[in-house]
Design a protein around this ligand. Sequence first.
Ligand code: SF4
Ligand code: SF4
Ligand code: FES
Length: 338
Amino acid sequence: MGNKIVVKREKARLSDPRREIVFRVFRFSAEFDVLPFYADFTLKVAKNEVLLDALNRIKAEIDPSLAYRRSCRHGICGSCAVKVENQALLACKANVFELADRYGELLTIDPLDKKLAARDLIVDKTRFWNSYRAVSPWLEATIEEASAKENLVTPAETDRLGGADACVECGICFYGCPVVAANERFLGPAAFAKSYRFAADIRDQTPLDRLRQVSGEKIGVWDCVKCYQCYETCPKEISPIDKITKLRAMIGAERVDQNSIAYRHARAFKTSLEKYGRLDEAANAIESAGFFGALKYIREAFAMLRRGKLPFGVKKIERLDEVQKLVKSASQESKERR
Ligand code: SF4
Ligand code: SF4
Ligand code: FES
């Protein structure tokens, strides 16, 4: 008798292609809760269901109080960004079977930043939008509305944007950026990608203003530490770090904000390579921070001296011409890519 029941269940399981998944969801109400907690919801999920479908079903069938953002269900509005097993993604683009294959049949769902949770999976994005607004995310151009000729943009001119116009403002890059977490003034990768999107648009009439907006110390592109996190996680494959690199090159080429420490550091680095084929640490510190500014690094300088890392008189390397050729070729390539 017992065996028959087991066989029956097994048959039913095999004839039902759905999988039973436990969704462990972060719950918190900034208004009512002192501490966050997790709630488990079990659903049978079909092969074609995405995470957003599962959240919609939990809300409709189990707990109407579950809060999360969503709108388009097509990866366009950017509102449904959450974390699954600590990996940020768009819930409407993440197939549940694929998630279960990767992480198992218990999936932990968190907001993009737990510290900013306003309610359940909804984060307070005020800082993200403020950063975004700071780079004037619109086209500045005088365009005749009823002109006799169209304002045509060629495919090559569109290619210059490098896909930056596809950003859906999901915030995944922003909340994953270590500099955003450490420095509350840093504008962050999404704002830089947007700034580049307009600075590189041939119709825009304010590219220099845009470069000034993103070149300041603490807030701007020079504070990016090139960790490539934003490249790894952007669901639209925009690669904000690539746009940051281009903005830096544009700032250099247009000679914007040449007095910033970061700009002077980059220039000193290049000069040192051209002159010696290696880094002249002392000259670099003085050139970057100025003589009096460099004095604040005096303790580090003595420590480096003790370890032989700050030699007096930098010697040229043997094949200096090879390094000079590399610097020249990198400068040329950077000009061509702009
Ligand atoms: S590459 Fe720069 S902007 Fe991108 S996540 Fe890292 S520090 Fe942030
Ligand atoms: S750059 Fe990518 S990750 Fe960042 S907000 Fe835009 S779409 Fe989202
Ligand atoms: S609901 Fe619009 S991107 Fe997911």
